[in-house]
Structures are given as structure tokens and as C-alpha cells.
Design a protein around this ligand. Structure first.
Ligand code: NAD
Ligand code: WQD
Length: 344
């Protein structure tokens, strides 16, 4: 079976993807510098799949170390490139850290691929490239808007780097995946999201408030032009997202499309407001989430949700989990984390 390099494979989306790859019979090599993840994630992957993937603690910014890694694992056939820094606020304060980490990592991989005869790369992009779309749901054809943060800009530039590289050299094949808002955890609760410090994203803040780690959730604005005034997003179960990567990698390996580059939205097609998420979470878990409406968060998009038709039709992939199941999985994971912390 083919061997896949997963950069950022101990991270949130990466670890769930590694599980799905192993379940489908792929061999996996993880490269991660553990800057935003924990080595114990490998135990979770092993518990779920019965297999401990190869792991290399390497910084993708380090060209020489990556080159050596490719020398060691000579039969890698495709790369799924998750490794990146992703905190929007931090990227505003430390833009060079973000440009260096996210772009140099990608450039290193693209430079090393032909040297090691690896044609295929799946790239983690984001719905952030659309900014506030003029038309909803947003399709892949929608214009790319000026990035609202250096982080968002690294995704736009990352996509351009891949396009330009392929235009110059037809050796490569790439699938760019634009994720909407991944939430939830593996149904076993063995792996999930591990936010560093105070969470920036909604769901970890909701679960941490529900379990009592945070006193109160702040809802950023209820005066938006939406039915209940709070912002709308397309929340997708991380396992659904992970499964799309397996399909994408197979498509590249089989050269199914005959195209050098394709871009897909990965979302459910359903927009939910912040207040709807809180209500659903409370209903599913029977736990109250204390919250307060506060002012808008700078840079927030009012509403965005995907048109996933292209991924549905071309990849034969659909986000199938309900939001209730997704929220339940996030809660199970939070409770499991609390248990582990207590027993430590
Ligand atoms: P994450 O932080 O959980 O995972 C990223 C992993 O990459 C971490 O394990 C981190 O240690 C590792 N990493 C970072 N820089 C590295 C480097 N230079 N070398 C080696 N390893 C490095 O994040 P995630 O949520 O799993 O996101 C994965 C990818 O998806 C990222 O590219 C992110 O930008 C993108 N993305 C995430 C979201 C989201 O909401 N989570 C949405 C859209 C796109
Ligand atoms: C969701 C909604 C907040 C926290 C970010 C990145 C984006 C992408 C996904 C990677 C918004 C509201 C949140 C809180 C709240 N990442 N909220 N109280 O803003 O869609 O996107 O993550 O590419 O680039 O910008 O996700 O989870 O931060 O927020 O009311 O404590 O929840 O205002 O409406 P967002 P999020």
C-alpha cells in the first residue's frame, strides 16, 4: 500500500486524517515539530488503529532535515501538508513568524518533491481566502478577497506558490482543500483538538466553559445582519474532513482527474449561528453554557458557508455527520481530557 507523508500529523486535523489513512490501509510517516501538538497523540492514533505510524520530529522550515527524512523513507508517494501556524491574532503580532513558518515549509517541500520523485501534494487551505463572499453559499469560483490577517495571507500565497510551481513544471499534481470550520473529535474520544492556552476558536471555548475551565463564553456581537444577529459559519466534523483527504490522496495517486491542480471547498453547505451552536450544544449535552453578548471581534466575517457541490460531485464526498453528533463528540473529548488531567 502507498506510503503517505503527513506533515503536521500530530495536530488536530492531521491526527484525524492519519487515523483515516491507516484505516484505509495506507502507510503513514508523520513529520511534526510538536510546536502545537503533543507526542502523546501517537498513543491515541495507536489505540484507535492498532498501528503506530512512523514519526519524525522535524521542522519543515529545515530543508536539510526534510531532505534526510526523504532519504530515509524512499517510498513516499504523496504528501498531505498540514504543518502551519494557525492563530489569526498571533499572526497579526508576529507576521514574519507566520510567513516564514507557513511559506518556507511549503517551498521546501515543493523543492524537494522532484528531487525525491514525489509528484503529489494535498494542501490545507481555508475558507478564509474568500473573506466575506458577495454570494452565499460560496463556490470555488468566488473571488479571493484581500486577506484580513498575515495567517490568511499565507493561505492565499501558499495556493499561488503551488499554482505557479505547477505552471512552471507539469511534474507536480496538487489538490487544494479549503476547509470551513472544523470542529468535533474522533468518536472514540482518543484524539481531538488540543488548544494551546485560551482558545481562540468557538468550539473549544464552548466545551471549556461547559466543563468549568472558563467562567463564561463571550459571544462576539449580536447586531450582524443575520436572523439572530450572531455570525454564521459552516461547522464541519473533523472526521468528515479527514475522510476527504483520503479521497483526495487516492485521486492524486490514481491520476483520476488528469488535471495538475484542483481546488475543493470542504464544508457541509449549512450555516449555523453562534447562538444556534450554543443552543444545540446545550440540548445535546444537557449542560448549560454561561455566555454573555459582547462587542464584535475585529476582523470577523459576518456569514460564510460553503457550496460543497463540486466536492460532492467530483470527489464523491459529503460531510455526513449531523451537527448534534459533532457537538457530542467535542463534549466527549473535553470530558476525556478532564479525566486524563485529573489522573496525572
Ligand atoms: P494544528 O496546530 O492542530 O496542527 C498543525 C500541526 O503542524 C501541529 O501539530 C504543529 O505542531 C505542526 N507544525 C506547525 N509548524 C510546523 C513546522 N514548521 N514543521 C513541522 N510541524 C509543524 O492545526 P490544525 O487545526 O490541525 O490545522 C492543520 C492545517 O489546516 C493548517 O495548515 C491550518 O492552517 C489549516 N486549517 C485549519 C483550520 C482550522 O480551523 N483548524 C481551518 C482551515 C485551515
Ligand atoms: C467562529 C464564530 C466568532 C470565539 C477562524 C480563522 C479562519 C479559520 C477558522 C483557519 C465567529 C464566534 C468565537 C468566542 C465567539 N482557520 N466566537 N466567541 O472566525 O470562523 O475562523 O478559524 O484557516 O481563518 O479566522 O472561527 O471559531 O474563531 O469563530 O462568539 O469565544 O464564533 O465571532 O463568529 P472563524 P472561530
Amino acid at each position: 500500500m502507498s506510503k503517505i507523508l503527513v506533515t503536521g500529523g500530530t495536530g488536530y486535523i492531521g491526527s484525524h486524517t492519519v487515523v483515516e489513512l491507516i484505516n484505509e490501509g495506507f502507510e503513514v510517516v508523520i513529520v511534526d515539530n510538536l510546536s502545537n501538538s503533543n507526542i502523546e497523540v501517537l498513543n491515541g492514533i495507536e489505540k484507535i488503529t492498532g498501528i503506530r505510524p512512523d514519526f519524525e520530529n522535524i521542522d519543515c522550515v529545515d530543508y536539510v532535515a526534510l531532505d534526510r527524512m526523504f532519504e530515509k523513507y524512499r517510498d513516499i508517494e504523496a504528501i498531505i501538508h498540514f504543518a502551519a501556524s494557525k492563530a489569526v491574532g498571533e499572526s497579526v503580532d508576529k507576521p514574519l513568524l507566520y510567513y516564514r513558518n507557513n511559506l518556507v515549509s511549503l517551498i521546501n517541500l515543493l523543492q524537494l518533491m522532484p528531487i525525491h520523485k514525489i509528484k503529489n501534494i494535498v494542501f490545507s487551505s481555508s475558507c478564509t481566502v474568500y473573506g466575506q463572499p458577495d454570494i452565499l453559499p460560496v463556490t470555488e469560483e468566488a473571488p479571493i478577497k484581500v486577506a484580513l490577517s498575515p495567517y490568511g495571507n499565507t493561505k492565499q500565497i501558499g495556493e499561488e506558490i503551488i499554482r505557479d510551481t505547477i505552471n512552471a513544471n507539469p511534474f507536480y499534481s496538487s489538490i487544494i482543500l479549503r476547509y470551513f470550520n472544523p470542529i468535533g473529535a474522533h468518536p472514540t474520544a482518543e484524539i481531538g483538538e488540543l488548544p494551546n492556552g485560551v482558545p481562540n476558536n468557538l468550539l473549544p471555548f464552548v466545551t471549556q466553559t461547559a466543563i468549568g475551565l472558563r467562567k463564561q463564553l463571550q459571544v462576539f456581537g449580536n447586531d450582524y445582519n443575520t436572523p439572530d444577529g450572531s455570525c454564521i459559519r459552516d461547522y464541519i466534523h473533523v472526521v468528515d474532513l479527514a475522510k476527504a483527504h483520503v479521497i483526495a490522496v487516492r485521486r492524486l495517486l490514481d491520476n483520476e482527474s488528469g488535471k495538475q491542480i484542483e481546488t475543493f471547498n470542504l464544508g457541509t453547505g449549512r450555516g449555523l449561528s453562534v447562538l444556534e451552536i450554543i443552543r444545540s450544544f446545550e440540548k445535546v449535552t444537557h449542560v448549560k453554557v454561561p455566555y454573555k453578548i459582547v462587542g464584535r471581534r475585529v476582523g470577523d466575517i459576518e456569514k460564510v458557508w460553503a457550496d460543497p457541490a463540486f466536492a460532492n460531485n467530483i470527489l464523491g464526498w459529503t460531510a455526513s455527520e449531523t451537527v448534534e453528533e459533532t457537538l457530542r463528540s467535542a463534549w466527549q473529548w473535553e470530558k476525556n481530557l478532564a479525566k486524563r488531567t485529573k489522573s496525572e
